[in-house]
Design a protein around this ligand. Structure first.
Ligand SMILES: [Zn+2]
Length: 359
């Protein structure tokens, strides 16, 4: 009885000293201003992205000084629901911290959009993974004064990119955009931040991830706003994409989802690089789909079926109704990933895998 009363007293005291925002996001947030498009989109053969037509907009506000910036819909065939990869900007008297930098072609527009709400210097960039829609304007923002942070593997991927799908060597990187401040994933402590910034009234954690979407992934947690930028190991527009050449794997994406289960609470807003913002419960059907497809592909491959046979089996059919952006290309990429992963999956060397070529 005594013990019970003591506990009650203690919890009353804790409630009294907690500031209002610690139970989750600030009242009125998140505020979504522009939702990504839902499709369907088609582009004629030979279509090229008209970068001059793409607008970069503030699409959501996660707190009074934490905004989401994203491109317009219907123009970029790589991401027709909203061009490019989401950028986040935390701003205030301590300067601007950006998560990712968007495509190179819209660098100036991305800066102008940030300038529409702050004149503070751009001080810090963290890259969530190497893809051009997330790192393309790195050099541009480094020239604005930003120090770029990322996993060491991302730096290696950028310095020594895997060959292109046609076997040609990839172009050499713009050194100005290569991250200078690096850290590693520690398999003994998943979820532990590698870097924490206290600035503009927010506490920001850069959390290196296990090889999942790539071998150089980082998620970014904003503790006060109760937001985690979860980049591209989860997506709800198009089928899952593990960039195996850059060290990603479907198995790693499952591990990434399981880590989010531990890091997020029911109210945490999860911000993927593309598609709609979600809560952690919404990762579960996606996780189940990954497990189901891997098992079905493995069974077929164990029977000696070729990639062509497995693609023809149309294993994603049960998910097409609930998967926006379910193009043939997106399905085939996902099934090919699963096919390559269930047998003789090459190991990661220097952040990369030598993936088999498929005719
Ligand atoms: Zn992306």
């Amino acid at each position: 009885m005594t013990i019970r009363r003591a506990v009650l007293c203690f919890s009353a005291m804790v409630l009294a000293i907690l500031p209002a925002h610690s139970s989750g996001q600030e009242p009125g947030y998140p505020l979504e201003l522009v939702a990504p498009g839902k499709g369907t989109y088609t582009f004629p053969p030979g279509y090229e992205t008209p970068w001059e037509k793409i607008q970069i907009m503030v699409t959501a506000k996660m707190s009074p000084n934490l905004f989401v910036v994203h491109g317009s819909e219907g123009l970029d065939p790589a991401h027709p629901d909203a061009s490019g990869g989401r950028v986040m900007a935390l701003f205030g008297p301590d300067g601007v911290l950006m998560v990712d930098t968007e495509n190179r072609q819209v660098a100036e527009k991305t800066l102008q959009t940030i300038r529409s709400f702050t004149s503070a210097p751009i001080k810090l960039v963290v890259n969530t993974h190497i893809h051009g829609d997330h790192t393309g304007a790195n050099a541009f923002f480094a020239k604005q004064g930003a120090v770029i942070f990322a996993q060491e593997n991302l730096r290696i991927e950028m310095l020594r990119p895997p060959p292109r799908a046609n076997g040609q060597p990839a172009p050499s990187p713009d050194m100005a955009g290569v991250p200078v401040a690096t850290y590693n994933y520690n398999a003994a402590a998943p979820g532990q931040p590698a870097v924490t910034f206290n600035m503009n009234g927010e506490t920001v954690d850069f959390i290196p991830m296990m090889p999942s979407h790539t071998a150089g992934d980082t998620i970014v947690r904003f503790r006060k706003a109760n937001v985690i930028y979860i980049e591209d190991f989860y997506r709800n527009f198009g089928y899952p994409f593990a960039d195996q050449g850059n060290g990603g794997s479907i198995k790693g994406m499952l591990d990434a989802i399981d880590l989010i289960e531990k890091l997020a609470d029911a109210k945490t807003t999860l911000i993927p690089g593309h598609g709609t913002m979600v809560k952690k419960q919404e990762l579960l059907p996606y996780r189940a789909m990954l497990v189901d497809i891997m098992a079905k592909v493995k069974a077929l491959r164990d029977q000696g079926k070729s990639l062509k046979d497995v693609l023809a089996a149309n294993l994603t059919a049960p998910y097409d109704k609930t998967t926006l952006g379910d193009t043939q290309q997106s399905k085939d990429r996902f099934i090919t990933e699963a096919y390559d992963e269930v047998k003789e999956f090459p190991p990661i060397v220097d952040g990369k895998r030598s993936m088999p070529a498929h005719p």
